[in-house]
Each structure stands twice: as C-alpha cells, then as structure tokens.
Design a protein around this ligand. Structure first.
Ligand SMILES: CC(C)(COP(=O)(O)OP(=O)(O)OC[C@H]1O[C@@H](n2cnc3c(N)ncnc32)[C@H](O)[C@@H]1OP(=O)(O)O)[C@@H](O)C(=O)NCCC(=O)NCCS
Length: 297
C-alpha cells in the first residue's frame, strides 16, 4: 500500500507515568530533550505523539528496526530519515512523509513515489480580536480571490471554517516543499472544489495556482477529522531521481490510532529517567486563555 494516513488524538491523551516514561525512552535523546522543554503539557504531548508517529511509520512501513532509525531535520526543520543509509529497496527510498500537530490531533501522511506535506488546523475563534480584525491581520496570507471565497458565507463560523480550510491547504504545500516560513504565500492560490467537505470523505478536486498558473502536477486531499479539524494533504512530483509517478490509489481517510497502537512497534533507545515524569507532571495543560474558552486561540 502506497498511502499512510494516521491520526492520534493527543488533546485527550492523559498518559500514565509508565506511558510517558516509556514514550520518552523510545524517541531520540535530542527530541526527548526538546519535548521536555515545552512549558505546557499540551505541546509536549503533541510533539511526543508526532515523534512516535514518525518512528512507527518508518519501522512498520519502511521495515527499519526501531533502534536503527535516525531521524534528522533539514535546515528548515523538515524531518527526514538520515540513517540507516544502506537502504536500497525502491519501496523504501521513495517514501515521503510529513507530520502536523495542532488543536487536538497529531497526524502523519506518507506517500510512496510522491512528495507529501500535511497540515491539520482546528477551527478556532480568535481569542482577543473580532473575526474581521483577525482577518485584517492575516490579509497578506491569502490572495484577493481567496479572501472573496473566505468572506462569502454570511456567518462568521462558516467564514472561519473557510479560512482554516485555505490555511491548511497553503501549509500543506509549504510543508511538502519544505520551505518553511521563507515562502511568499501570495504566490499560491487555491480554487476549492465545489463539492461540500463532509466528515468521513476525502476530496481531491481542489486546484492550486502557482504564480497564476494552474499546477497540474499537484493534488490536494482534504478531509475533516471531526467537525472542528480540517486536514489537507499536498501530493506533488517526487523530488528523488529515478522515481516514477505512481498510479494513485483511491484516497483514504485518516485512521485514528490508540496509544497502544502508537507504541506497538516501539523499543527503548535510552534508560528510564524518572525526573522526566516529575517535570511533565508540573506542567500546566495549556495557557489559561485556552483552558477557559475551549474554542479560542
Ligand atoms: C514550521 C512550519 C513548517 C509549520 O508549522 P506549523 O503549521 O506551526 O506546525 P505543524 O504542526 O503543521 O507542523 C509541525 C511539524 O512539521 C514538521 N516540519 C517542521 N519544519 C518543516 C518544514 N520546513 N517543512 C515541512 N515540515 C516541517 C515537523 O515535523 C514539525 O513537528 P515537530 O517539530 O514536532 O517534529 C512552517 O510552515 C510555519 O511556521 N509556517 C507558518 C507560515 C504561515 O504564516 N502560514 C500561514 C498559512 S496561510
């Protein structure tokens, strides 16, 4: 199978001491340290779930033993498999994968023979400003045409849903090409499918224009994880020499994993560190404002 779509609901994950300490042992030391530095438990949990998703994918789908996996990041932050280097099977070399965590979920998308980027966005009310003021601050992130679509519904809820849908699409593309913050977002413009986006279904009809030309080679899969979470998966031509474009299987929805499934193939890389649990326990779940109003950012 050439497509993997996994999600883990980290928002409602309340790890026990043994779960948290085991998870910490199963990620690379520098990632464990990075996760330990988050002020809020919510951020630590989503970053931990992200690392476990990546390693589970590399282990189970690329067939590399957990203890041999060495993930690194490009200078702009995109994770990639740096070792083992002895990989010679095409089915291993031609996988591309990406991760996103926001709102209540961490998600992973991987594709064989195509470049992939994924973004999950929770539809949230702006915390400290009105919707029009929030949109004004974001003016430069979207083109005039995109704003006309985002602002066309009469209700603010629907406008926000359209805003986050476009946001997820843009981010998925930026993440597929790995460019991070340096990309001028006005260069890409999305033309949404006229079909409604509903739960349990994946849309592939949305088109992207790059520098005002429709990009035939890129495809976008859009879905809703639940009523509040938009996901976009960008699929583009592989950036690896020798890789022929696959005949794409029908789009698949995201599979929700339990914690046991997330760690099913995991094996410890480091010794248990009880102080890691003590410091995790001391963290507040999220900033006060997010805890007070569930749907505000
Ligand atoms: C860092 C960035 C790649 C994504 O950030 P984000 O949307 O806050 O975060 P997400 O949860 O979707 O993704 C984070 C994960 O993406 C991966 N990632 C980091 N840098 C990446 C890059 N350059 N390319 C692809 N993936 C990247 C990492 O796995 C990261 O998780 P980890 O650090 O826990 O391993 C970057 O695109 C960014 O900050 N963009 C904001 C730009 C903007 O203004 N967008 C508005 C769109 S309208």
């Amino acid at each position: 199978m050439g497509s993997v779509r996994w999600a883990f609901r980290c928002g409602s994950w309340t790890p026990s001491r043994s779960d948290w300490l085991f998870a910490a042992r199963c990620v690379q030391r520098e990632e464990k340290d990075r996760i330990g530095q988050f002020v809020f438990a919510k951020d630590a949990k989503s970053a931990m779930a992200g690392r476990l998703l990546l390693r589970k994918f590399v282990c189970e789908r690329m067939g590399i033993p957990w203890s041999e996996i060495k993930l690194e990041r490009t200078p702009r932050g995109k994770p990639y498999l740096a070792a083992p280097l002895r990989i010679n099977s095409d089915s291993v070399r031609f996988w591309s994968f990406n991760l996103s965590h926001q709102g209540d979920f961490a998600v992973l998308a991987a594709e064989l023979g195509m470049q992939v980027g994924v973004d999950v966005m929770k539809i949230t009310m702006p915390g400290s400003s009105s919707v029009p003021e929030f949109f004004r601050i974001m003016t430069r992130q979207f083109t005039e045409y995109e704003w006309s679509i985002i602002q066309s519904p009469s209700s603010e809820d629907q406008q926000l849903a359209a805003f986050y849908r476009h946001w997820a699409l843009k981010e998925s593309f930026i993440k597929a090409i790995g460019s991070g913050l340096g990309f001028n977002l006005q260069r890409v413009e999305f033309h949404l499918s006229s079909e409604p986006l509903t739960q349990g279904q994946v849309l592939r009809q949305t088109k992207m224009h790059l520098d005002e030309e429709e990009e035939e080679d890129w495809m976008f899969e859009e879905s809703l994880l639940d009523a509040d979470h938009h996901i976009a998966v960008a699929l583009g031509p592989a950036d690896k020499p020798g890789c022929t474009p696959p005949s794409l299987p029908p789009p698949t929805t995201f599979t929700l994993l339990s914690f046991s499934e997330l760690i099913a193939s995991a094996s410890p890389l480091t010794e248990e560190d009880p102080s890691y649990w003590e410091s995790f326990q001391m963290k507040a779940e999220a900033p006060q404002r997010q805890r007070d109003t569930r749907t505000s950012v």
